[in-house]
Design a protein around this ligand. Sequence first.
Ligand code: ATP
Ligand code: MG
Length: 583
Amino acid sequence: MKEHKIEKNKTDFLISPNLTDYEKEYKFFEWDRVALEFEGLPSGGLNIAHEAIDRHANGLLAQKSALIWLGEDGQRRKFTFAQMKEQSAKFANVLKSLGIAKGDRVFTLSTRLPELYIASIGILKNQSVMCPLFSQFGPEPILQRLQRGDAKALLTTKTLFKKKVLPLLKELPDLKTVILIDADIDENEQVRSWNRLMDEADDMFEIAHTNPEDMSLLHFTSGTTGMPKGVVHVHKAIYNHYISGKYVLDLHKDDIYWCTADPGWVTGTSYGIITPWLHGVTNVVDEGEFDAKRWYSILQNEKVSVWYTAPTAIRRLMRLDMEPLKEYDISALRLIQSVGEPLNPEAVIWGKEKLKLPIHDNWWQTETGAIMIANYISEPIYAGSMGRPLPGIKAAIVHVDDKGEASEVTEPNKEGELALKPGWPSMFRSYLHNEERYAKSFVGGWYLSGDLAYRDEKGYFWFVGRSDDIIKTSGHMVGPFEVESALMEHPSVAEAGVIGKPDPMIGQIVKAFVSLKAGYEPSEELKRELIGFGRKKLGAAVAPKEIEFQQNLPKTRSGKIMRRLLKAREMGLPEGDTSTLED
Ligand code: ATP
Ligand code: MG
């Protein structure tokens, strides 16, 4: 792929970036110094809720907006840090009065309502464990996760409860309490009303001593490669949230920040709830789903300055033939970050052209708890690269041999497994009820991510594909991302998903599923053109030999193309776990 470099100049920045000298910061970084950024509990413990909300509410930021909530119906509500403190204290008291204790799992199943955000903080105050689900999950995925996560309590809405949870109750004997956000009266001993419980609860709550290693969060992975795994995190993870908020999101006190992710996906929790508040920053939450006009209006009307979103959303904006800057004033926006999937070079460049801001890619996983590799506001971008490891993070390319021994690949531009040196604070502490699988993730002193990548001579990491998705064709190893990105350079292509289709002669054939931009129609001629285009860009060995048009590629709810599903369907095999498949 031709390298496209985007330089940064001092004049590019509206305010001075937090990170001005990457190499120096990386070299001299110490986790011990990060500890000084937290106030700690009076008892000496560390609790996320205290650091995110209470300490601001007790100080100068009490009357500042912590949450700006935009309802699907056009409502707009504001909550100050002081109000968030009071409301979350009430909810912590509610949980306590219901006998929900430290370590108990409290699940949430709701659209992005203010109560979801209040409850999350309340759960942490009570030292219970927060377990967010996507509200669009059907009954089966809900049941599976509640069972596997040992749910003690569930917060949801009347409609979601009736439709999805009520029929499951008999299979959930340990689910003690269900709280309905929009109910005014209790239904029975088990099914209670948020309004009534909150009305009666005290608005003062003293957080008990919390050990930094106490469990805070149980998050299920996206299920892109198979059955979602239950990932366990602890309060100490905020060290990484804080640092990535500072260096990657470049948060400053006066920022208005918007993360488009739902808390059902880890990005919506780590960066949609915790990180902005650790920095005392105003957090915008939109209840609605993707809608280009609505999104541009939010950026304009709320004067969003830092925006964290995902490739799927950016590609959806790209496929519309719009000139956003002519129609909207989004001049407050100064930084766009993206995560979740490879960000095609085309998307980075589109941002620079159409929004006057390049899009910054960063990489992490549910397991890593926070951003591990990123492009920084003050550093050049090489479009298509995930960037460089955060200060405090040692990332490497590792090769695991047949005997299961791991060794670091130090030579640049050599593909291998992307690995991290264990010990960063937000590292997952287990896969719930699956210690064996957890232990397998660590080999020879490395955490193996399951992703393949390479590092160039500048130290930038480039994503190749998930190990499972790598295509072996005529003796070549082909990463789907490279092929997808090349196809996206063609003016007709909105999105592409590439798989290896088994072939008796050459192992696998590279096959691409392509969705088209507005104004283009599928045709045999366009197919031939795309195959020719691919050959010119990639060479005959790597280019797709087959193209199939498919307007809606299967995706997870967190917006990732499910290549394993494309493949299973292509081969007529069982689809496997589809609990996270978008409707
Ligand atoms: P599962 O583990 O259940 O298959 P998942 O891996 O998609 O699902 P997440 O933890 O949400 O679950 O996603 C992490 C993965 O997403 C990474 O391992 C990587 O494959 C992909 N990813 C995230 N960010 C990027 C990025 N910037 N570039 C490329 N891939 C990314
Ligand atoms: Mg994964």
